[in-house]
Design a binder for this molecule. Structure first.
Ligand code: ZN
Ligand code: ZN
Length: 266
């Protein structure tokens, strides 16, 4: 019998400009950016893989952990670090989604990916956190040496959503806020109007530079985002209708789309 090949749950992909994409079991993207003095990790994954150990294979420098928003698949991996930075409006939710039971629930809700990547439920129990979430907001910047990471407040997908811009490449890291499927139906999401403001800001901040997102191949298509921005304008013009009814706005294809609560447009 030959050796059985063991699938890893993490894929590491170099991107232009000294940026590395870390993809946790084909589900969520984290981004690693290194300067001459320190490095940063933008989003930490679901915390099932030991992302801190993975980052140590990429650098010896100190690492600052920045979280775009407080969903389990982005903040969960902060359990592997002493501290992580998040917007104050997402802090309480962040602590909740770092708990082992939320990470376990997350694994359960993505059962097929758990199986295809040979991830055991035990993985969610491997760590109970002592991580301190620290506040960060627009106007802050992290100096990595030779490049800075600028912080921008972009609520929508959550009320405390942040985007981060790398001054060397201009690349903008947006978490889930401007993904092809814009999701504003979850608890703690902002209104469509709130999202629209952030999405227009995102387009302006990125200019011609890449926009990176938390799922899929991690590259946000600017034309798709312009389409969803147009739809958000239509929705805001139509105003609030029935409360708490989830609706989807899209063209003929599945993506792009906006999933939102009809009572939370304005
Ligand atoms: Zn999310
Ligand atoms: Zn996500």
């Amino acid at each position: 019998m030959g050796m059985r090949e063991r699938r890893t749950d993490v894929e590491i992909t170099p991107l232009p400009g000294g940026i590395t994409r870390i993809n946790e079991y084909d589900f969520v993207n984290c981004f690693f950016v290194e300067g001459s003095e320190r490095a940063c990790l933008i989003d930490a994954g679901a915390g099932v893989a030991d992302v801190a150990a993975i980052v140590k294979t990429l650098t010896d420098k100190p690492v600052t952990v920045l979280i775009t928003h407080a969903h389990a698949d982005h903040v969960g991996g902060a359990v592997w670090f002493k501290e992580a930075y998040i917007h104050p409006a997402d802090e309480k939710t962040g602590y909740f989604y770092m708990t082992w039971h939320q990470r376990l629930y997350f694994l359960h809700s993505h059962e097929y990916k758990r199986k295809s990547h040979s991830v055991s439920y035990g993985a969610a129990f491997q760590r109970n956190y002592r991580t301190k979430l620290k506040p960060i907001t627009e106007g802050d910047a992290i100096d990595l040496g030779g490049r800075k990471i600028e912080v921008f407040f972009t609520p929508g997908h959550t009320k405390g959503g942040l985007s981060f811009r790398d001054t060397r490449t201009g690349a903008l890291f947006t978490g889930d806020n401007v993904n092809p499927m814009v999701t504003l139906q979850f608890p703690f999401a902002d209104t469509v109007r709130g999202w629209l403001h952030s999405a227009e800001k995102t387009l302006a901040l990125a200019g011609d530079a890449p926009i990176y997102g938390g799922h899929g191949d991690g590259v946000i298509n600017r034309a798709d985002l312009e389409t969803t921005v147009g739809w958000a304008k239509e929705l805001v013009a139509a105003g609030n209708r029935k409360p708490n009814k989830t609706a989807v706005k899209r063209g003929d294809e599945k993506y792009p789309c906006i999933v939102y609560k009809t009572g939370k447009v304005e």
